[in-house]
Design a protein around this ligand. Sequence first.
Ligand code: NAD
Length: 343
Amino acid sequence: MTSKLKGAVVGCGFFAQNHLAGWKDIQDVEIVAVCDLDIEKAKAAATKFGIAYYTDDVNALFATQTLDFVDLPTTMETHESLVGAAVEQNIPVIVQKPFAPDFEGCRRMVAAAAERNVTLMVHEDFRFQNVFRAAKKIIDSGTLGKLTFGRFSWRTAIDVYSNQPYLINVKRFMIMDVGIHLLDLARFLFGEAQGVFCRTQQIKEGITGEDAATILLTHDNGATTVLDFSYASRRHPDLFPQTLVEIEGTLGTLTIGPNQVLTVHSDGQSREEQITHDSHSWTYEPWTQIQDSVVHTQRHFVESLRHSIEPETSGRDSLLTYGLLEAAYLSASTGQQVVPERD
Ligand SMILES: NC(=O)c1ccc[n+]([C@@H]2O[C@H](COP(=O)([O-])OP(=O)(O)OC[C@H]3O[C@@H](n4cnc5c(N)ncnc54)[C@H](O)[C@@H]3O)[C@@H](O)[C@H]2O)c1
């Protein structure tokens, strides 16, 4: 694979616009085909992004196109059949989060990909934000000592329902939609967790699932992390989509405040740096931070294919994040701490 990788994007809805724009920013990738059940959306994407082939039938896509990968920015209930179709053709896949509606579906996709040795990555973009890559470097340098405590806070009142109306009716809402990002982040920065306690709240009237949750994780290294996230927090300023972070270790503290100001206090000294995102011609506020991380996530997938290495958020790895999600829902319904399943 020395020439440009040829890819297809299946699903041309709301968030796919960021995927399509992101792929354009990656020089050694060419998106050669798009597909959506709604042919008008496929056609609009093809026109906007200069893509020669569009279809409303994924089987036609696989029958007519020679692909190095397929990108699936569709909602989770579609993932298993689409991943299955790609894997059957031995085509590497990157699939949006949440991975699947249930753990069994995730496991089946991982098993299908493993059986054919096909790369399967979950598009988990928070950990690829510049600010979290910077935090990870500092943690790995030992500046903070042994980690003891973390807090990841994501609270907003943005009208998520106008862009993603399906969220009004989902039973498992907030942990699936946002909590999963924070669970992955907690794993990325603190390692695996062996205990999960969770409380959920439904604050907005007329929705089906929870729109706020607080999770407490006990990590294998002894650290405790608290993840709190809400779509019903009327704050000023509203910091969507920023994650505020506090990390304590035996030698120091790292905080990520509003506008990605990262502060490290260690050895009696404090230093502060604003971590910026890369600039792209197509990004816009307040989504810039997320949009930039889409490109980093895509680059990581491409690097994984080029170098034949397992992506950080491979399907297999994502089972660990999904195990924490399942444990959180079980804890919320039983009021008990839950030990997450790890495979
Ligand atoms: N990572 C993030 O920061 C982030 C942000 C927003 C949304 N998302 C995720 O992105 C995913 C998509 O969300 P969305 O709001 O863009 O959804 P959407 O409903 O706007 O778009 C999905 C599209 O997929 C198409 N589709 C479904 N099944 C198909 C099939 N079999 N073949 C071809 N096309 C098919 C639909 O017609 C639709 O146009 C969700 O899982 C959501 O959680 C992630």
